[in-house]
Ligand binder design. Sequence first.
Ligand SMILES: *[C@@H]1O[C@H](CO)[C@@H](O)[C@H](O)[C@H]1NC(C)=O
Ligand SMILES: *[C@@H]1O[C@H](CO)[C@@H](O)[C@H](O)[C@H]1NC(C)=O
Ligand SMILES: *[C@@H]1O[C@H](CO)[C@@H](O)[C@H](O)[C@H]1NC(C)=O
Ligand SMILES: *[C@@H]1O[C@H](CO)[C@@H](O)[C@H](O)[C@H]1NC(C)=O
Length: 706
Amino acid sequence: MSPAAPSLLLCSLLLAVATLVAAARRHGCPTKCGDVDVPYPFGIGAGCFRSKGFEISCVNNGTTAVLPSATHHAIPVTSLSVAPQPEAKVMLPVAYRCYNSTGGTVSLFDGHVDVNTHGVYRISDARNAFVVLGCNTGAYTSNSISNGTGRYNYQYYMGCFTYCSSAGSAMDGRCASVGCCRVDIAPGLTDNVVSFEDWPHDSMDYSPCDIAFLVDKDSYDFRASDLRMDVERASMPVWLDWAIRDEESALTCAAARNSTRYACVSANSECVDSANVPGYFCRCKQGFEGNPYEDNGCTNVDECTRPEVYPCYGICKDTEGTYHCKCPSGYMTTNGGDPKKQQCIRKFPLQARLALGICSGFLFLAVAMLFTLIVCHKRRMNQLFQRNGGSVLEKVDNIRIFTKEELKKITKNNSHILGKGGSGYVYKGTLEDSTMVAVKASIEVSEALKEDFTNEVIIQSQMIHKNIIKLLGCCLEVDVPMLVYEFASNGNLYDVLHGKANRHLPLSLDLRLDIATESAEGLKYMHSSTNHTIRHGDVKSANILLDGNFMPKISDFGTSKLLGRDEDFTMFVVASMGYIDPVFHQTGLLTRKSDVYSFGVVLLELICRKPTIYDEHCSLIIEFHRVLVKNNSGRAMFDKDISVTEEDVFVLDEIGKLAVECLNEKVEDRPDMKEVAEQLLMLRRARKYGEWNCRSPHHFEYKNQT
Ligand SMILES: *[C@@H]1O[C@H](CO)[C@@H](O)[C@H](O)[C@H]1NC(C)=O
Ligand SMILES: *[C@@H]1O[C@H](CO)[C@@H](O)[C@H](O)[C@H]1NC(C)=O
Ligand SMILES: *[C@@H]1O[C@H](CO)[C@@H](O)[C@H](O)[C@H]1NC(C)=O
Ligand SMILES: *[C@@H]1O[C@H](CO)[C@@H](O)[C@H](O)[C@H]1NC(C)=O
């Protein structure tokens, strides 16, 4: 440590203490007097102002701020400001010279007030004017004692003349040398001393005084009545500039910066040379605001909160002393201009934006169209679903409602065709649990048929019997509802009996008897339903399906009845040629006995293994009848494969006779399905257990019952 160091340290310590004391004392100083803010360097009370020139007194019990003045009554202050300009507004008395009726001077005041004992203030030339009122008056203010270079005692003389030819010539609002005149003033005025010309004023009671004053340019508006104002009490607002002009040594900024009394103490403050005679003032640097004469008085301005003053067309970010403004990403100003002054626009050139716009337009259209398609599709599906009775069927327990999609999956997109039914193809399908199903088109369901269709579907779903093909579900979201049935792997009886592929399939008598019996059981179950409308309507070997164990399953009922209701369909569509009950043919009335008739034909097919029309034009029914009448036995017609023993022939004859009874032209002579089934069941039991009595009376018995 150098020997000078301790004293230097002491110095700075003292300085710091002094500053602290000053700051502390300023801290308790009043900042306001009445309505007037009193910012430092101004102050009220000892230690509160920078120097004597900045002292403000607060009088009238603390309501009025005044500049202390040695020469005259105190000068009221109405405003003190540090920024943006160092200014003060004071009320100054007017100068006057008043006359009696003979023109003798009765009172005189030259307007002199000592506003500037300490060199702080200057009269603002920019904001004040010199005004003279009177009707035969010339007045001027002289100022600044000459330094000896000029002709007269003062450096400045400024004034004007005003004259009125009569009492009424002065006009309100016109300060044009009739009752009122005004002039701008020179810079550097420190004081105001008015001289009046010594011109005649006798008999001018409308203008008893010559009056002159300095006044805020913007606030004085001449009134003719001002010619008679109460001059002793009148005062006018005057703007004063102020600057730091410490006593005799008014410094420039350059010199002041070295001074210990340098006024601009705040960080981020700067010094400005006064435009009006020597001296300087302080202001906060750009981007800061507050009082530069106080420690840390200048604080950062958050420009972004004042866009009206600090515009930014992009994203505004405040920083210490300034703010940044940049365009959002993807935006820029034209020609790289400043976003504080220019709007930000998209970076893309017009063409690119156009292209992008068009592209996104198309994309939007595409999406919209796709959406519309989907919605339409959904709506169409729903319409079909409703049209096909979906809302009713949904509630039926043992029917599963498949969606179009599910069905597609189940049938592997209709890839495996099982056959062709009355109303379209039948497809093979596999459910999720590997159950095989047959999917079959129903009929087109019109609004009129909707109820019938749903009813039929419900009835079918309730037909639960081992010899009736089971309806598992349906799909309604298509034009023609699709029905899903249990799958019978051996196809239909017609194909099994007469199909070329099955020509050599051995079908024993027992198996045929089983098929006949079980089929009859299925039809019996159907006919025994409490619902009297139920009849098959299209019993034929092609509608008897055989499962893997040759268990017969009656299929394709119900919906065929619906077909019959539509007048467009001819009779033979309802029941198939060769199986039609001739009574139904005549009356058009489909009864259960019609099913019995058709079943009789099936029995003949079973025992003869011949289709209803064989060898081109032979009718199975007619031929069998002929043979039976002729030989009292159908033996000649029986399938040779199964008519081996006498017993076989006997059984076959029993079946044949039963068939012929079913084919009776008289409806009431036909047995019903219950009797047919019982007869077949007895035949089967007798054959199985060998309780064979060649004179079986059974079917003659029931013949008497009907
Ligand atoms: C001045 O103010 C004090 C209290 O603020 C009050 O008691 C007193 O009467 C006031 N005097 C005048 C002259 O208004
Ligand atoms: C007017 O004033 C003058 C000078 O002051 C005086 O001599 C004169 O007598 C006064 N006249 C009247 C009418 O008072
Ligand atoms: C007197 O003041 C004038 C202008 O204000 C200046 O130009 C001149 O140098 C001064 N003369 C003296 C002797 O100070
Ligand atoms: C201010 O002080 C520095 C040294 O402290 C000096 O070099 C410089 O000349 C001074 N400037 C003025 C204007 O006095």
